[in-house]
Write a protein that binds this ligand. Structure first.
Ligand code: NAD
Length: 433
């Protein structure tokens, strides 16, 4: 099948590359000339484990190509994935300008039956809007179908999530597009991963429901961790005990510095906005967002309580990306925590295995180090903000020789407090006994 992706960000690049790996012919198109020029030379704009090899191999074997000629990509494809950004507006609503312009561009060149798929995360009702935008701007009488096929990939696990997904969700309006989607995902579904067909509106809401549910699980555990801090209980033991309940399960029960990234906050706020538009008071998601914002302040408070006056003190931050195994800094808790500490007069040394270059574009007056222990030199506290595996084995002897004060603020609970008992280190976790 001939596929075009409009947008070659995390979602467009992973989707296009993985469909090429499954034997389809894919043209990935984007308005960003630099991105496309780099991709043509095999330079991948994001850090995503396993993706580099797949892009290069499929490009070499002729199934995957990159272009800024979006119209040509659409013209030469049977199936078109809209993978453009859907950023938040000030009021939390979703900015659909990129989706609208992509739809109008499709309308200009469509000359035979095509399936147009919204893969971007879009508020309920948007796929029907896409249909209308195309209909209103089409100049010839040609039939087309729209489909909603939301993306559930996790950055850092994106290739695996595409190839072996928990499920593929597809919102359709007729049997013709259902058959095409079955053919498209044949390579994935043959691994016994379920493809769930729904109506279009329900498919769009499955995406928002899923992200919002995960966000509120995290916020609930963060709120519970505050009670743990007060009464001396341990949130890790509680998460373990709760997670063994098959009705609950163990995932997304970790207390920490709060969720970040380009999706959870944006999608939660968008759901709040859509509910309000429909006259529903979104009490639960509003609370989840509030707890998440407060959690970053709580980490700052823990640092303040531990050190006291932060003026001119050096703080080492380990981990800048919003989560491990990605270089994505969008909405990363590290940004808020670092800005808070700077306002209190602290000097920041920071290290991240992959996000250093992206961090330099966002963070001012932060000494971004090339090596983790370099960041800890002269530090009054070491703060773990992102749980990269490389941080899990701490060289305490080395830290003793380079830190000014031996304070560890473990904002992701990656260490066991017992490991610091009877040591010279002062360990502070999130809701840890
Ligand atoms: P991104 O910002 O990384 O990429 C979007 C790309 O679209 C950019 O390269 C931009 O230049 C391009 N673009 C904009 N208008 C265009 C047009 N008219 N034609 C062609 N290209 C155009 O975004 P992303 O992280 O890939 O997210 C895309 C969508 O997928 C969003 O709706 C997001 O919420 C959703 N999503 C993201 C993730 C994730 O982990 N990043 C996961 C699931 C869903």
């Amino acid at each position: 099948m001939k596929i075009a992706t409009l947008g070659v960000g995390y979602v467009g690049l992973v989707t296009g590359t993985c469909f090429a790996e499954l034997g389809h012919n894919v043209i990935c198109s984007d308005i960003d000339e630099e991105k496309i020029s780099n991709l043509k030379q095999g330079i991948i704009p994001i850090y995503e484990p396993g993706l580099n090899d797949l892009v290069n191999r499929n490009s070499k074997e002729g199934r995957l190509s990159f272009t800024t000629d979006i119209k040509n990509a659409v013209k030469n494809s049977d199936v078109i994935f809209i993978c453009v950004g859907t950023p938040p507006k000030e009021d939390g609503s979703t900015d659909l300008a990129y989706v609208e312009s992509a739809s109008k561009l499709i309308a200009e060149v469509i000359d035979k039956h095509k399936v147009i798929i919204t893969k971007s995360t879009v508020p309920v009702g948007t796929t029907h809007k896409v249909k209308n935008w195309i209909k209103e701007n089409i100049s010839i009488d040609v039939d087309f179908d729209v489909v909603s096929n939301p993306e559930f990939l996790r950055e850092g696990e994106a290739v695996m999530d595409f190839m072996i997904p928990d499920r593929v969700v597809v919102g359709i309006e007729n049997d013709r597009s259902k058959k095409i989607m079955e053919e498209l995902y044949h390579g994935v579904v043959r691994t016994k991963r379920p493809i769930v067909f729904t109506d279009i509106l329900s498919s769009e809401l499955i995406k928002y429901g899923s992200n919002s549910m995960l966000a509120l699980r995290i916020s609930f555990m963060n709120e519970l961790s505050r009670l743990c801090d007060k009464v001396g209980a341990d949130i890790k033991q509680i998460a373990h005990g709760m997670g063994l309940d098959s009705r609950i399960g163990p995932r997304f029960l970790q207390a920490g510095a709060g969720y970040g990234g380009s999706c959870f906050g944006k999608d939660a706020r968008s759901l709040v906005n859509v509910m309000e538009t429909h006259g529903i008071e979104p009490k639960i998601m509003k609370a989840a967002e509030l707890v998440n914002e407060e959690q970053k302040e709580r980490i700052t408070d823990k640092i303040k309580t531990t050190i006291g006056d932060l003026n001119n003190k050096t703080i080492a931050i380990w981990g800048l990306s919003f989560k491990p195994k990605t270089d994505d800094m969008r909405d990363a808790p590290s940004i808020t925590i670092i800005e808070n500490l700077k306002k209190l007069g602290a000097k920041i040394n920071a290290f991240d295995p992959e996000a250093r270059e992206n961090a330099k574009k966002i963070l001012n007056d932060v000494n971004i180090c090339d090596e983790p222990y370099q960041a800890a030199v002269g530090a009054s506290a070491l703060v773990i903000v992102t749980e990269w595996n490389t941080f899990r084995n701490l060289d305490k002897e080395k830290l003793k020789t380079i830190m000014t004060d031996l304070n560890i603020i473990d904002a992701r609970n990656i260490y066991d407090p017992i490991d610091f008992k009877d040591s010279e280190f002062n360990y502070v976790g999130v809701g840890r006994k």
